[in-house]
Write a protein that binds this ligand. Structure first.
Ligand code: AMP
Ligand code: MG
Length: 349
């Protein structure tokens, strides 16, 4: 299949292009598109054949449900059995934006989309290209991240093309995304609302709207005895090809440890890389060294993390060391992804 790659400017959206992309989805095809979190791989959420195609294109296990993307509040009722009061309040505060809510599903949502579950995950993205595309596609777009299963999610169109060229009908290139990590997921179907995946909308922010918010206890732990409540969270994820270790501790000790280890790796002819931060980056003597951003503003780190993991793959880095991050605020989401990418390999110094 030839993949059509189209550049699209979010400030001046070409409606003819959006219609063409919407028609591809309506006809059962797949279109990758930018959202404010990461690039999504979109198909018609109400067409079981489209969801099967998404799983095939990604190489994703079919028990890992897809998120249904909507653009307008009035369209929510058709895909869920009921919207609890908590859902209405969260939508009012955080939609459009990087929050996914899980509801009991309505009959029109095929089990192929929900990985066999009778619940459905729904998000209303804020990215203007995503919103225009969802409307043009009929209102319901199932869209996981547009990467091959297991790889870091794409935050620029170049990496969508790397993973999806020849597998899908179209890629809308809208430039760099804004947030860089996937949405926060909250389950509203249990007695207490529960966060299943951390993101840039934090527990504290959710707590300003809801009285009690719990967290899936498997989110930050390597607890193989217990299955995460979001089926996708159990898979190895976000992983670069190199062998990644997180090094936690006070900055100077971390730098010293990594420099020593990297010297030994490089002596063994292993290409070595470091994920550093603005204040530490100049202190490393390692072949490939990148600052992920500024610790004072961790959203900068969220935005860069996946791109750096991909760049290390481009440069065939074999051994990677990453600094560790504070788990307050968006740091929790950063650490959740890094821990998965590293298979929970952490050294404390
Ligand atoms: P992705 O689309 O790649 O961001 O992954 C979607 C995530 O949402 C995966 O971790 C899924 O397991 C999770 N998810 C989607 N639908 C549900 C659902 N109905 N119940 C629990 N988790 C879900
Ligand atoms: Mg994903």
């Amino acid at each position: 299949m030839e993949t059509k790659i189209i550049r699209i400017d979010e400030q001046h959206i070409d409606q003819a292009l959006i219609k063409e992309a919407g028609d591809v989805i309506r006809a059962g095809g797949l279109v990758a598109f930018p959202t404010e979190t990461v690039y999504g791989l979109g198909g018609d959420a109400l067409n079981p054949r489209s969801s099967e195609k998404i799983y095939r294109a990604k190489g994703r296990p079919s028990d890992n449900p897809l998120i249904v993307h909507i653009a307008d509040m009035e369209t929510l009722d058709a895909v869920v059995r009921e919207v609890p009061e908590s859902g209405r309040r969260l939508a009012e505060r955080f939609w459009p934006g990087p929050l996914t809510m899980i509801f009991h599903k309505a009959g029109c949502v095929p089990e192929e989309t929900t990985g066999g579950l009778d619940t459905v995950a729904v998000r209303m993205p804020s990215h203007p290209v995503a919103r225009a595309l969802i409307r043009a596609a009929g209102g319901y777009v199932a869209a996981p991240s547009a990467n091959r299963s297991g790889r870091p999610s794409p935050t620029v169109a170049k990496y969508v093309t790397e993973d999806m060229d020849g597998r899908i009908e179209m890629i809308l290139d809208g430039g760099d995304v804004e947030i860089g990590l996937e949405s926060t997921i909250i389950d509203l179907t249990a007695d207490e609302p529960m966060i299943l995946r951390p993101g840039c909308i934090t527990k504290q922010m959710l707590g300003e709207v809801l009285a009690d918010v719990e967290e899936d206890c498997t989110m930050m732990r390597d607890d193989s005895g217990q299955a995460p409540k979001a089926p996708g969270m159990k898979y190895r994820h976000y992983a670069p090809r190199g062998d990644l270790t997180i090094v936690a501790g006070e900055e100077d000790r971390v730098v010293e440890y990594i420099n020593t280890q990297a010297a030994s790796d490089q002596n063994k002819n292993k290409k070595t890389g470091v994920i550093a931060t603005d204040t530490s980056v100049a202190k490393y003597h390692v072949q490939v060294c990148r600052s992920a951003g500024n610790r004072e503003d961790e959203s900068t780190i969220a935005r860069e993390l996946y791109r750096i993991l991909r760049e290390f793959d481009d440069e065939q880095v074999e051994v990677i060391y990453a600094e560790s991050f504070d788990t307050a605020g968006i740091g929790q989401a950063i650490m959740n992804r890094l821990l998965k990418a590293a298979g929970h390999k952490v050294v404390r110094v």
